[in-house]
Ligand binder design. Structure first.
Ligand code: AMP
Length: 176
């Protein structure tokens, strides 16, 4: 049976052709944010698969991950841990570098953000190739945390991000 919450979210995510560069179809989630009921549903649906888990910290990836990560951290009564591009976090950081299709990038997390053994949930808006999520998971695991899973509003299934994260439980509200 179709969940009307999911159908509404599917209608609200807007495709923007050729952004940020030609050939890319950008999944714009701002119409979801513009409807409080739909945003609420998105948060509930992203939390549901992990509702039985103890979550100590929600890892949120810059920058749209922050939008979904903050309410999820409150829902789980968990810490919110921001993961950012290099040079943005003010205190001492740990860094992980990862490969992009062309070139490489890096992510940072404060070195005291996670306690050893903390159970964490990774959150972002869109799962594409999975490279970003994989790097964020590596950062958390190198700090001794246990990654319970990853929750996304939307997966671009043709880019096989879920397969890349196969060693972790992945939940996506919408799939295209
Ligand atoms: P990836 O590392 O390939 O899984 O890319 C994931 C990151 O890039 C996420 O933080 C997404 O917000 C963003 N992203 C990648 N592709 C898209 C897309 N087509 N539409 C919106 N965001 C995207």
């Amino acid at each position: 049976m179709r969940d009307p919450r999911i159908e509404r979210l599917r209608r609200l995510v807007r495709d923007v052709a050729d952004f940020p560069k030609p050939g890319i179809t950008f999944k714009d989630i701002t119409p979801v944010l513009g409807e409080p009921g739909a945003f609420r549903d998105a948060i509930d649906l992203m939390a549901e698969p992990f509702a039985q888990e103890r979550i100590d910290a929600v890892l949120a990836v810059e920058s749209r991950g922050f939008i979904f990560g903050a309410p999820l951290a409150l829902a789980f009564k968990a810490a919110l841990v921001p993961i950012r591009k290099p040079g943005k976090l003010p205190y001492r950081t740990r860094r992980v570098a990862y490969q992009l299709e062309y070139g490489s990038d890096a992510l940072e997390m404060h070195q005291d953000a996670l306690l050893h053994g903390a159970k964490v949930l990774l959150v972002d808006d869109v799962l594409a190739t999975g490279g970003t999520a994989q790097a964020a998971i590596r950062l958390a695991e190198e700090q001794g945390a246990q990654v319970i899973g990853a929750s996304f509003l939307l997966s671009l299934d043709f880019l096989q991000g879920v397969e890349k994260l196969a060693s972790h439980r992945t939940a996506c509200v919408l799939r295209t």
